[in-house]
Design a protein around this ligand. Sequence first.
Ligand SMILES: Nc1ncnc2c1ncn2[C@@H]1O[C@H](COP(=O)(O)OP(=O)(O)O[C@H]2O[C@H](CO)[C@@H](O)[C@H](O)[C@H]2O)[C@@H](O)[C@H]1O
Length: 721
Amino acid sequence: MDTSLLHFHRPRFMFVASNGRTSLDLVSNFGVWKNVDREKTIGCIGVSLKCEKMVRRHWRSNKRAMRMNAGKGEDQNESEDAFEATIEKSKKVLAVQKQLLEQIAERRKIVSSIKNSIISTEEDVASYNASDDVNVKRFGESDEEPERSLPLELYSSDVNFPIVGKIVSDSVQSDVLPSFLSKTSESHVLDNNDKEKLEETCFEDVNVETNIAPGEEEAKPPPLAGANVMNIILVAAECAPWSKTGGLGDVAGALPKALARRGHRVMVVVPRYSNYAELSDTGVRRRYNITGQDVEVTYHRTYIDGVDFVFIDNHMFHHIEHNIYGGERVEILRRMILFCKAAVEVPWYVPCGGVCYGDGNLVFIANDWHTALLPVYLKAYYRDNGLMSYTRSVLVIHNIAHQGRGPVTDFSSMDLPGHYIDLFKLYDPIGGEHCNIFAAGLKAADRIVTVSHGYAWELKTLDGGWGLHGIINENHWKLSGIVNGIDVKEWNPQVDSHLQSDGYSNYSLENLQTGKPKCKKALQKELGLPIRHNVPLIGFIGRLDDQKGVDLIAEAIPWMVGQDVQLVMLGTGRPDLENMLRNFENQYHDRIRGWVGFSVEMAHRITAGADILLMPSRFEPCGLNQLYAMGYGTIPVVHAVGGLRDTVQPFDPFNESGVGWTFDSAETNKLIHALGNCLYTYREYKTSWEGIQKRGMMQDLSWDNAAQNYEDVLVAAKFHW
Ligand SMILES: Nc1ncnc2c1ncn2[C@@H]1O[C@H](COP(=O)(O)OP(=O)(O)O[C@H]2O[C@H](CO)[C@@H](O)[C@H](O)[C@H]2O)[C@@H](O)[C@H]1O
């Protein structure tokens, strides 16, 4: 280190941001030294921080002396100005130093996570090879030598930290980076996502405007998850914004980001239904045996908001994003088997940011019956054979009504050891003896989560468990209810991109009374409804099926049209219910619109433009639309069931509390009663109405709380043997 840098009696250097890169320019009162060796300079930071206090003391005493001589001439005034300026510069230096230290800490974290992954990957390989020795056949593989698609250098014990090396050679001199990040690996080729990730972490702008107090220099907060930081892989059949047929897509798109914000390394694995623009091919190819056929999958990846999104590609998944769960039962089953077989091996074979996740300190989060095979495969082919010993699985129930039921003969297509049939075989009065994938997943998973407390309770009942209540009760010790959150980037009236055209407007709590009416007007215009400010506009968004209680709305429509209201219903599903929507629109063209289709934009616009959102669901594990509605100042009227009961506290006019209206059983007259009270309040008690809107909007509905609760479950799973 150049010790001359330490012999200063006045502020000597400051770092300047230029062109989005951290160029370190050394500035003194006497001159400027450009492009000083970054490593040396960063090395100096620690020392200079200590010197900072000394320097400040020195300046202060100089300044006092200056003041004593005040009035003795212009020279002194100029000197004082110069001192003020140098103090300002010093503050800037401190700000930049703080940021650099934060970046160093961040990079240390990355490097140590890379090292951990490498160690666990080596362990995997060792046990993988050991398993070859004892001739353990892993699912989906023929008797041939298993191919290893992962670049072998990643297994090497003296592996460099390749990710930075490549970027460095592309864009900056390696010697301007801290030494622990500057090793290079010629053999590893980065994809564009790697570069994006690295550029995000390595080359953030240095903002010199921050003022910090002395002593705060190293105040980089630890990850919110603290010592519980782990690798998490969420596996789902859909993930917004790429694929979404309902609430599962929203959850898979948002929960992982909230977990990543807590400091975990998080991946989402999802089928690749289309040729999504932002993906790049990882080059990894694997083959799996699916009902006797050798099927190849490839893995594509992107990195967004701190999360690795890995897409599994095979022609079976192509062009079905609007019909993910549709088609012949046997075809759906083959897709889900392939997806689960390929997903469970992602941590071994798919490098993310240059390095695989590995199977140590890893938890899978599977979702609904479509991925309920994953916990079973994890157990049957890996943990039972001493592989992936430290990997755990959590199965989330979003909707127990769909279970992957089929004849017992389905079991043979799953390619599992014979005794595993006991997990799948179930008898109930509806299906008789059958093969039940959800049942097997619930038994095999280390922990079970469902999406509200209310639904966790309902699942244990004869009515709510849909034949699986017995299994849920037997496994109640591992069941938790965690209410979903909402993605506050996606669903936020202040920034909602669907409200930025066609007369819609972004709004917030502050301008609710002007912004929301604009959206209402724009919605009426877009739908071709009479533009009337004072008519209550009621919305419904959802799948058209028994669950969502659309038939209750249908029965209430004759009453509704006599109430001078407008109604817009958006949904797809059962053809008879779709026709019903069309018929209502034809019959009551001046006040009802039935939009048959799946339109994310229209869902956002209805949520913003409507005054009231109806959710008469017969059962609702959590429900997201009522959460979105409350965030947009739209008042929910809901059947108090499952997550709707957990999240919509009924309005109490005596205490001016509550955020909506509820009714206690799924009956038309109860819906009418609750909606009647709601309309009465809308018309007669404007102040109460605004209070309900504001209380709804002021709630913290973000995923952050839920993510913390998930973390508790993941930790419990981790220590479950
Ligand atoms: N026609 C359409 N056009 C555009 N968007 C549409 C649409 N129909 C529905 N959507 C959107 O799909 C999502 C539906 O979410 P929900 O939570 O209400 O229901 P779903 O029953 O699918 O989810 C299940 O999983 C979720 C997540 O756990 C649970 O909340 C829920 O109770 C459970 O039934 C919302 O984002 C909604 O806006």
